[in-house]
Every structure is written in C-alpha cells, then in structure tokens.
Design a protein around this ligand. Structure first.
Ligand code: 8ID
Ligand code: ZN
Ligand code: ZN
Length: 376
C-alpha cells in the first residue's frame, strides 16, 4: 500500500539497534552471507530482485545494514546509462541509504558499531588531490560513486568509505532522513551556490519532485521567497503546502518567461534547476533577474543549454553548476532536517517494487520522494 508517511512513526521504528558485532569482524550469527538486492547486469536491462553476497568492508570502510533508501532520478539515469560516464556492471544502484553500522575495517576511526550512518552519492574520494584538499571532494577525479561505480543502497548491506559516510544523529527516523542524503544535501548546496540573501526570490524549477520538494523547504528555512515551477495541479498543491509562496504551472503558460517574471516582480534572484528538462533550464537563463544566478542541478541526458550573449552580458547573469555537496554541506543539511525545518514527503514501498518506482519516475508521476524498505 502506498502512503505518504506520517511523521508519527513509532519510536521503535525510529531506532534500529544492531548490536553484537565485533570491529572488523563480520560475525556469522549477526551478518548473513547473502542478502536481498536489486541488481542489473546491463544498462536498461532487467532489474532483478536477487540474493547476492554481503560485501566485506575494506580497511577504510564501514559495513552498513541499510534499512531504507531513497530513490533518486540519478538512479534511473544510471540504470538507463544516460550519461557519458560508464557505470560499473553488474550494478546495485542507490545512494540515499540510511542504516546502522554493523562492521568496519581495521583503519576506520571515529565510528562505533550501532551508529546510524548514511550512504551518499560520493562514497569516497582520494583526499589527496587539489579538489579534495579544498573540500570540493565531489569534483575529485578519483571519486567513487555509490550506485554508479560502487554498489549502492538498493541492498540490505552496503559498504561506504568511513570518511565520507554521513553521520546520522541517534534516534533519527531512517526512512525520512534517507532523501536528505542526496536530494537534501544537493539542493542545500545549490541554494548556497545561488548566493542569495534573506528576502530574495528563488525559483525552484521542478519544485514537486524529489529534489524540488526539499529545495522549496530549505529555501524557505534559509529566508528566501519561493516560486515553485512544475507541471500539473497536484504538483502545485504540494509545492505550496511545502512553502512556495507562488507556483507557475509550466504546462499552462504559453510564455513561461513572462509568467515567472511577473510572479517575482522582475525575475527571481536565483533559480535552482532540478527538473530533467533542457528547455526548462534554457528558459531560466531568460527569466532570471539581472545580476541573478542560474544554478544547474538536474542532469537530463545529452542536454545543452544556450544563453543569449547580449542579454547575458547586459543583465550580467551567472550560470553555475552544482554537484551534491561536501561533508560540511552534508552535516548542515542533516541538521536542518534534525531540527524539523525540513520534512521528507515520502512514500515507502518494498525494495522489490523498485522497477515500478522507476516507471512512475520516468512518466513524471512522482510527488516528493519514494523510499524503499530493504526488508520487503
Ligand atoms: O548533484 C547533482 N547535481 C544532482 C544530485 C541529485 C540529482 C543532480 N540530480 C539530478 C537527477 O539526476 C535528475 O536529473 O537532478 C534531477 C532531478 O532529480 P529528482 O528530483 O530525483 O527527479 P524527480 O523526482 O523525477 O523530479 C523532477 C521534477 O521535474 C519536473 C517533474 O514534473 C518532476 O516533479 N519537471 C520536468 I521532468 N520537466 C519540467 C519542466 N519543464 C519540470 N518542472 C518544470 N518544468
Ligand atoms: Zn541522487
Ligand atoms: Zn581527490
């Protein structure tokens, strides 16, 4: 049964202790040899719900018993093979995994068995290059990516570099925190990248999707005025419920640029592009306010955007890319959630139902975020 999870789940469900495992030693009684996973052997091929071996953590890694994982549109891109960077094959996708540390390699520092931990898109990075040195670890040329180059969170046990794994406060609802681990971190960082101040207008293009529904809330919590853009009445209702002051339905306006500029009294100071639409991104370069910032986040296959040079110069606009976030962004984004400033509008289904979730996502029928329960 689908449901928009209420925020009143039992304390028992929030806490998922997993005790009795020795450091670096997978105890045979508590950690099984095999586990359930969704795995594919070729891009676009069958998504198989299979029993596969539980991975062994390397010396620098945690083994996390994943309880819940959010389903990001990136997982769909990865399965389809949409991007120029090849995925590992076979692959277990997923990069919004929330769970419990059950084992760890001998070089891990600062973690205990039973801690709550998150699997992020950036599973690990080299920590030695110029980008890692400057806290831009996601831009590391050696980045290892969960659910892309490293088996991710659509399995019951997954490994993560202990340095990059997200720290989740004790007592946190693991289903609800899971979308924060990619969607939340990404939109929070994108909002920082837009360089706005309190009272500025920000347009969230793709406002009712997984990233967008969190972007609306982070933006509001950061003191900005939010215009949501998405398609359809239901999406408008959700964006407004989450805090958008205004909503523009792109399917209903012949002149989107005019509609957005009118709603924001001359154009938004910032735009967070989280739709999977090249056209929507190009339009944002036209409706953004003079001196404003367009932030590119969504990654439609093969997309290229054009910005008309004359107005780009005369309006002195900025176009910036933003790619997940670093460890500090993660800590801060989780903190907004922990303080109740941001809530995850989630639908929880079994892991085995992932193919149906991809189908809904492909058709643009998802409101908020689907989260899979790895026990089903
Ligand atoms: O670090 C990054 N840059 C990063 C991190 C995570 C995800 C980038 N992403 C990328 C994903 O790979 C994907 O391309 O962000 C994109 C959005 O991910 P998502 O939020 O997980 O997707 P979704 O839940 O399907 O939401 C997309 C929303 O866009 C709307 C849809 O209706 C949906 O609500 N949308 C579309 I498609 N076309 C639109 C348009 N023309 C539109 N909204 C406004 N205008
Ligand atoms: Zn993601
Ligand atoms: Zn590096």
């Amino acid at each position: 049964m689908l449901r928009l999870t209420s925020y009143t789940r039992s304390v028992a469900a929030r806490r998922a202790p997993f005790a009795g495992v020795l450091r670096g030693m997978a105890s045979a009684t508590s950690i099984p040899e095999k586990q359930k996973a969704i795995i594919f052997y070729e891009n676009g091929g069958e998504l198989k719900y299979e029993d596969i071996p539980v991975p062994k953590p390397k010396s620098n890694e945690l083994l996390i018993n994943v309880k819940y994982s959010g389903v990001c549109h990136t997982d769909l891109h990865a399965w389809k093979g949409d991007w120029p960077l090849p995925t590992k094959l076979p692959l277990v996708g997923g990069h919004e995994g929330a769970g419990v540390v059950v084992a760890m390699g001998e070089n891990v520092k600062g973690w205990k068995i039973g801690d709550l931990a998150g699997i992020k898109w950036l599973n690990g990075s080299c920590m030695a290059c110029e980008y890692c040195e400057k806290s831009a670890e996601s831009n590391c040329p050696h980045a290892d990516l969960s659910g892309y180059t490293h088996d991710g969170s659509f399995q019951q046990y997954a490994t993560a570099d202990a340095v990059q794994a997200a720290r989740i406060p004790k007592g946190t609802d693991l289903a609800e925190v899971s979308p924060i681990l990619c969607a939340g971190v990404t939109v929070y960082k994108a909002l920082k990248t837009a360089n706005l101040k309190a009272g500025d207008w920000v347009a969230i293009s793709g406002a009712a999707g997984g990233l967008g529904s969190l972007a609306v809330q982070y933006a509001k919590a950061m003191g900005y005025r939010v215009l949501g853009i998405d398609g359809g009445e239901e999406k408008g209702k959700l964006a407004k419920k989450l805090g958008a002051e205004k909503f523009v339905d792109y399917t209903k306006h012949k002149d989107l640029v005019e509609a957005v500029q009118e709603a924001t009294n001359g154009g938004p100071h910032g735009v967070i592009n989280v739709s999977v639409s090249e056209g929507a991104m190009t339009a944002s370069t036209q409706y953004v306010r003079p001196t404003g910032t367009v932030v590119l986040v969504g990654l439609p296959a093969g997309a290229v955007i054009k910005s008309e040079v004359f107005s780009h110069v005369i309006k002195s606009i900025n176009i910036r890319g933003s790619y997940v976030g670093n460890r500090a962004d993660t800590r801060e984004a989780v903190d907004f959630f922990a303080r109740g400033l941001v809530k995850s509008p989630i639908h929880v289904v079994g892991l085995s139902e992932l193919p149906r979730v991809y189908d809904l996502m492909e058709k643009g029928k998802i409101l908020g975020r689907y989260v899979v329960d790895t026990s089903k």
